[in-house]
Design a protein. Structure first.
Length: 304
């Protein structure tokens, strides 16, 4: 059972089609939900994924284009009907705070929960730090200010070896310190090294979300060897000139970033409506990078 899953609510691009929804992704980390972008229809897709609104505490906006944002007024308005308290943190640029505040005040004046804005900038920075996870930004190259987000699990505690704990009669009060890496000193002064009492922690998992952007070879190093990389594949290589001009990437370019970052897998998406066969994105990416997951609405991708 995976503790880190990526739900694809929408993987189309700006021009509406009946085949894809606009951009929205939900990251489920140990039952806590984090939304990245909120295109139109995201709240319905959220329900189709059987996700719980009460678990959603953070919404991250990559940039302020309509196909990434316009589902948000509806979502916030609907959440207001639920009557539940709590807090929703929206991570966006200063312009996003200014515009969304006005919309929320007009349509959803008396929300039963608090909306907090965390103003982010187009720079590399850690923007969220929880006991189990950090989120950092990577500046992108789009027609308006844009950032990607990297979700990184913090290293967990070491796993105790129950039989050795019992054998050396380690008291219950010491267990957390042992999990943290301390040796155990017996009452007679004998030191039991931590490696005899524990096994290494589960390797931390990570996910990067890169959309929208022109091809930026230099971001591979900034992303690093994440388990899963979502990188937009708006175009195929036959339209690479248009991709560059519009601030987007081709499937081939996304695969090069995945390869150069050392990612475990590449998740495609943000497909231009001009293409009728999504398989072409996979084929093109596979020429460069072996582990390509063809994105679609309804897809749930576990990281472990
Ligand atoms: Zn855009």
């Amino acid at each position: 059972m995976s503790t880190f899953k990526i739900h694809t609510l929408g993987c189309g691009s700006a021009k509406p089609t009946l085949r894809h929804q606009p951009s929205s992704t939900v990251i489920d980390h140990r039952g806590n939900l984090f939304m990245v972008d909120c295109g139109e229809g995201a709240q319905h897709a959220f329900q189709r994924h059987r996700l719980k609104f009460s678990r959603l505490g953070h919404i991250f906006l990559t940039h302020l284009h309509g196909d990434h944002v316009l589902g948000l007024p509806g979502l916030i308005s609907s959440l207001g009907l639920g009557g539940a308290g709590g807090k929703m943190v929206i991570h966006t640029f200063a312009d996003g705070k200014r515009i969304l505040n006005r919309i929320f005040n007009f349509f959803s004046g008396d929300l039963p929960f608090e909306v907090e804005f965390n103003v982010i900038r187009e720079e590399e920075a850690v923007i969220l730090d929880t006991p189990s996870l950090t989120v950092r930004t990577i500046p992108l190259d789009h027609r308006v200010p844009a950032v990607g987000f990297v979700f990184e699990e913090k290293p967990g505690l070491r796993h105790i070896k129950r039989d050795m704990i019992d054998f050396h009669q380690v008291p219950f009060s010491m267990i957390n310190r042992i999990k943290g890496g301390e040796d155990f000193v017996k009452p007679d002064g004998t030191v039991i090294p931590n490696v005899m009492l524990t096994s290494p922690p589960t390797p931390p998992l990570s996910y990067a979300h890169i959309s929208d952007t022109a091809y930026m070879p230099e971001i591979a190093e900034k992303i690093g060897p994440v388990n899963l990389l979502f990188h937009e594949t708006t175009y195929l290589d036959s339209h690479s000139a248009e991709a560059a001009q519009r601030g987007h990437s081709t499937a081939r370019q996304a695969a090069m970033v995945a390869r150069d970052a050392g990612a475990g897998a590449l998740l495609t998406g943000h497909y231009s409506s001009r293409y009728k066969n999504d398989e072409d994105f996979r084929k093109e990416a596979l020429d460069i990078f072996p582990n390509v997951i063809l994105n679609r609405e309804g897809l749930v991708t576990p990281l472990d």
